[in-house]
Write a protein that binds this ligand. Structure first.
Ligand code: 26Q
Length: 814
């Protein structure tokens, strides 16, 4: 898109004004942060009028609003996205260029807001992008953590966590509204009293409270003129805190209690699989949910709104169980504050909430000890008990002779301690429950929530995850974006299904050459970045084999390592062996308390070091593990990938979304029948996918028959050799202790059947090696992966939510 000279001139003028009046500096003295701020403010200004107008229009239309409640939003950098959405990229580049400045330096000044752990947080970011692009009236609510996901560094190959102080230099994208603070009560007790009408009522007499201050962020739709809102809450101490203590004359205590209150939004919990039932985490959840509901009811719906009309005006989508405390909170507001009778209130709630589950691992299902919940939120606990009583009574009528079933469906678990099962609460009250890929939704119905799906078959549905094409191809892969636009024309970035129009070109040699050249360029771009960023030097003429995701045993990074070690040993044994040169790229953060995951990181780095120092494999094998994989790095790494590793044990990965990003950028997948891999395989075709491994029913059968990992070890010479090398200290200077826990865990338990899938994985990798040698055929498959990935747009996911769950419609620009 050529930029109009007038536009460039005006943009330049605006930019200089922001620099002078916003930052208070003149161009010659501006720091890169000044320049970044001025540019961000210039773009922000362009979106501002549309933002106010969008909000206005949506209010007037009284349309149903989608309220997305999520404890995490893994947004990634904002500048380029705002430029792309508003169509200002070329104008801005021309203006910056014209001033003799470097756009890339300005871009790289932005610290991404890493307010999420991984897939679930990134999904929330993709969804708000698609909601805005589809012109759906929507608000995202969450927490403005002062520290997002930790910054990962390696010391001696071991992960060390550093605080992520993303706000140190401020953020030009946020609009704080301290005057709109919301009070959030905590603790205390409840009292019964008689209302004016003579009916008994309950009130919550709290002990302490904090204030939630909203920070607004613009969510620009892609070239729609629509700008939605993301509203994140930050905790502040109340005056009462200070006053109380001030009166007691204890200044130090006053400051301490202030710090206590503000702790609530201080830091994102970096666990994402075996969360501990920590009090502060529950405080975070209630904090953001209470602020969000209050804000929605009073500010978004406006004064005089009749809460009985809620089901027509809102759907609260619960992103996993983290915001499920919203259910008793809305009940409390309706019953205690709005004086609506219990049954009617529950009926309202049953229409306003829907729940998305993101896991299958039993240890990842959130439960809150009754003791803790009752201490922090006494009224909510009472409400949960009453919801459960009503529900169990209903069940006893349906299953008069099956008390066992009734008890197993109770929202309250009794063992090992009395606790509230948040997933059950969400399922009982939610209008709909959805999984995030076909297989996952099926397993939810058949396993995790089987009693509930038998009781309410229509409640359960699937919405397969998606990714926003704007960020993950438009921004991340400009060269491929241009080739696609040159080939099929404009418009496909908001209608990704149109990528099928590329299919005929998969047999066009000129197109394939152009496609291949883009891959080469993207590999080069990545190599440049990693050299600057990490001092890692990558060979160019190699297959880039990529595994990027959180570190978890179920994702099986160790299985990938066993393959690498096997290749290494084959080469040591036979230095003339003809193999395709490979770069193994890893990106992975481990939860700080997940010890074996951190050991696995150390092992990856240890294997990488040994391979690096061995001349026999030089130029043929390379392990690259850049620290601190995040959205920003993903945007350069993913477009450079040739092979996408999606090797979780079948039945464990709910969906995966990295798998979609890699396929969309023309990487071929080597993967199991797990999560959305199943649908990717279906879409791209078996000839364009390297399938291996046990199926979920086979996994189930092996578990049932008593899995013996040692048998696989003993019967497979290559496996014996690879694991043996790790055990004997080949990657730890002869120290056998160093990685013994990993080896022992594989040999004795191997919860995720890495050894059982090893042979099948190695065979699939050998097929990859062969296939890659036929460059033309490989590129053809890669193009078909791109062409057939349209289904995985988050626009399609959002359309599915609209059709199957939300029943909301777009509000068009006037
Ligand atoms: C819960 C309580 C206390 C502390 C932390 C947590 C917590 C935080 C984050 C629990 C889980 C998460 C994140 C889970 C997650 O990212 N799940 C992934 O969701 C993706 C989007 O649906 C799927 O594609 C992945 O398969 C799934 O693993």
């Amino acid at each position: 898109m050529p930029s109009d000279l007038d536009d460039v001139e005006r943009f330049t003028e605006e930019f200089l004004k922001r620099l002078q009046f916003g930052q208070g500096v003149a161009l010659p003295r501006a720091t890169k942060n000044d320049l970044y701020y001025a540019l961000a403010r210039t773009v922000r200004q362009q979106l501002m009028a549309r933002w106010l107008e969008t909000v206005q229009r949506q209010m007037q239309a009284k349309a149903k609003v989608v309220v997305y409640l999520s404890a995490e939003y893994l947004l990634g950098r904002q500048l380029d996205n705002a430029l792309l959405a508003s169509g200002l990229t070329d104008t801005a580049e021309a203006a910056i260029d014209g001033l003799g400045l470097d756009m890339q330096t300005i871009r790289d000044t932005e610290v991404e807001p890493g307010l999420g752990n991984g897939g679930l947080g990134r999904l929330a970011a993709c969804f708000i992008d698609s909601l805005a692009t589809l012109r759906i009236p929507a608000i995202g609510y969450g927490i403005r953590y002062e520290y997002g996901i930790f910054r990962q560094t390696f010391e001696d190959g071991h992960q060390v966590e550093q605080p992520d102080s993303w706000l140190t230099l401020g953020s030009p994208w946020e609009f704080p509204h301290p005057e709109m603070g919301v009070k959030v009560p905590f603790a205390g007790h409840t009292e019964k009293y008689l209302g004016e009408d003579g009916r008994e009522r309950t009130r919550w007499v709290n002990d302490w409270e904090v204030i939630g201050v909203p920070y607004n962020y613009m969510v620009p739709g892609y070239r729609t003129g629509n700008v939605n809102t993301l509203r994140l809450w930050s905790a502040r101490a109340t005056q009462a805190f200070d006053l109380h203590v001030f009166n007691n004359g204890d200044y130090l205590q006053a400051v301490r209690s202030q710090a206590f209150a503000e702790n609530i939004s201080k830091v994102l919990y970096p666990e994402d699989s075996t969360p501990q039932g920590k009090e502060l985490r529950l405080q975070q959840q209630y904090f953001f949910v209470a602020c969000s509901l209050r804000d929605f009811l009073t500010n978004v719906m406006g004064p005089g709104f009749d809460p009985r009309k809620l089901p027509e005006r809102v759907i609260f989508q619960l992103n996993d169980t983290h915001p499920v405390i919203a259910i008793p909170e809305l009940m409390r507001i309706l019953v205690d504050e709005k004086d609506i009778p219990w049954d009617e209130a529950l009926d309202i709630c049953r229409q306003c909430f829907a729940y998305t589950c993101h896991t299958l691992l039993p240890e990842a299902l959130e439960v809150w000890p009754v003791e803790l919940l009752g201490r922090l939120l006494p009224r909510h606990l009472e409400i949960i008990f009453r919801i459960n009583d009503d529900f169990l009574a209903e069940l006893r009528e349906a299953y008069p002779d099956d008390e066992l079933r009734v008890r197993s469906m109770s929202i309250i678990q009794e063992h090992p301690e009395r606790a509230v099962r948040m997933a059950y609460l969400a399922t009982v009250v939610g209008a709909k429950v959805n999984g995030v890929a076909e297989l996952h939704s099926q397993l939810l119905r058949d396993k995790v929530l089987s009693d509930f799906s038998a009781y309410w078959p229509d409640k359960f549905t699937n919405v397969t995850n998606g990714i926003t094409p704007r960020r993950f191809i438009g921004l991340a892969n400009p060269a491929l974006t241009e080739l696609i636009t040159d080939t099929i024309g404009d418009g496909w970035l908001r209608d990704l299904g149109r990528l099928v129009e590329l299919e005929p070109h998969a047999d066009d040699p000129a197109f394939l050459d152009a496609f291949a050249a883009i891959k080469v360029g993207n590999r080069k771009r990545l190599a440049g970045l990693l050299e600057r960023r990490d001092g890692i030097v990558l060979p160019q003429d190699a297959m880039y084999d990529v595994m990027v995701k959180r570190l978890h045993e179920y994702k099986r990074q160790t299985l990938k390592l066993l393959h690498i070690v096997t290749l290494y040993q084959r080469l040591q044994e036979n230095p003339d062996l003809d193999i395709v040169p490979r770069v193994f790229l890893f990106g992975a953060k481990a939860a700080p308390g997940y010890w074996i995951a951190k050991q696995t990181i150390a092992l990856i780095n240890a294997v990488g070091r040994v391979i690096d120092n061995d001349p026999i494999v030089a130029g043929r094998l390379k392990v690259a593990f850049p620290a601190n994989y995040n959205v920003t790095l993903a945007e350069t790494l993913i477009p450079a990938a040739d092979l996408s590793e999606q090797i979780s044990l079948a039945g464990k990965e709910a969906s995966g979304t990295g798998n979609m990003k890699l396929a969309l950028n023309g990487a071929l997948t080597i993967g199991t029948l797990d999560g959305a891999n199943v649908e990717i395989l279906q879409a791209v075709g078996e000839e364009n996918f390297f399938l291996f491994g046990l199926t979920e029913p086979q996994v189930h059968a092996i578990y049932e028959s008593g899995y013996q990992p040692r048998e696989y070890f003993q019967n497979n010479p290559e496996l014996r050799k690879a694991l043996g090398a790790i055990a004997s200290g080949a990657f730890s200077d002869g120290n056998r202790e160093a990685f013994a826990p990993i080896v022992d865990s594989l040999l004795h338990e191997d919860r995720f059947l890495a050894l059982a899938d090893y042979q099948s994985y190695i065979e699939a990798q050998d097929r990859v090696d062969l296939a890659y040698r036929d460059t033309r055929a490989w590129n053809r498959s890669a193009v078909l992966n791109v062409a057939r990935s349209g289904f995985f747009s988050s626009d399609r996911s959002i359309q599915d939510y609209l059709d199957r769950i939300w029943n909301a419609s777009p509000v068009d620009a006037s």
